[in-house]
Write a protein that binds this ligand. Sequence first.
Ligand code: HBI
Ligand code: FE
Length: 275
Amino acid sequence: MTGETVHNLRGDYSRMRPDYTVEQEWDGYSDAEHDLWRRLFARQVALAPKYACDEFVEILPELHFGDGIPRFDEVNAKLKPATNWQLVAVPGLLPDITFFDHLANRRFPVTVWLRDPKEFDYIVEPDIFHDFYGHVPLLFQPVFADYLQAYGRGGLKAHALGAIEMLARLYWYTVEFGLIETPKGLRSYGAGTLSSGGELPYCVDSPNPNRIGFDLLRIMRTRYKIDTFQETYFVIRDFSELFEATAPDFTPYYELLQGRPPHEASTVLPTDRVL
Ligand code: HBI
Ligand code: FE
């Protein structure tokens, strides 16, 4: 997205600071909103042991997300000593550069508003349930936390090189919809699936989607769907694979990929490690 369109998005952008942060104003959430949060939480937490990675499942009880909409300051007090990340409250989607700048400085932007009850099963834009429940637990995993900061730094570079589209695919297929191989089978570590009642079981169990071994350049060439379940998921062996594959400077990769057409979301290539 571009900075010019941001004010048309859902959320109150009228009282933000120059870095797009706002106050959470926790006292402003209604009982009905806390209740909706608890129902969203109850559905997802029941799915987690079977479908979420161990790192997610193990940290959840320590975060007390089930009591109602969490307070940013309480979670920040736990997150700071764990991985030195902090949550910042934001009105909603941010311009790419602003988003990357927060990540590069170990600040994770979390949307303050909660979806409407009609959106219980599906929401287009990230709300506080997606951002908090989906993203925050993995910020406690040290290697993943370092990966996300490196992603933010890479984003600032990609912006200068006109390569945001390629880098955004990496975020999508890892941070939002990534799968990880574990001794117990495939598990999700992606916030898009972890926070979705329908897609979390689907991404692990359904025979329909492709599941392909992580391949950085392949991912940066692959389109994605934003309004249906994913047609392809990419699978990492562990978080170190993710961190190490993305450590080099991407400039030569962008040059290599710039002249090539993208792959469709459903494509399987002869070179893919299909799981
Ligand atoms: N803003 N709040 C918020 N959350 C996101 O996930 C987000 C964003 N702005 C831009 C963005 N994502 C993506 O375009 C980048 O990951 C490429
Ligand atoms: Fe997200």
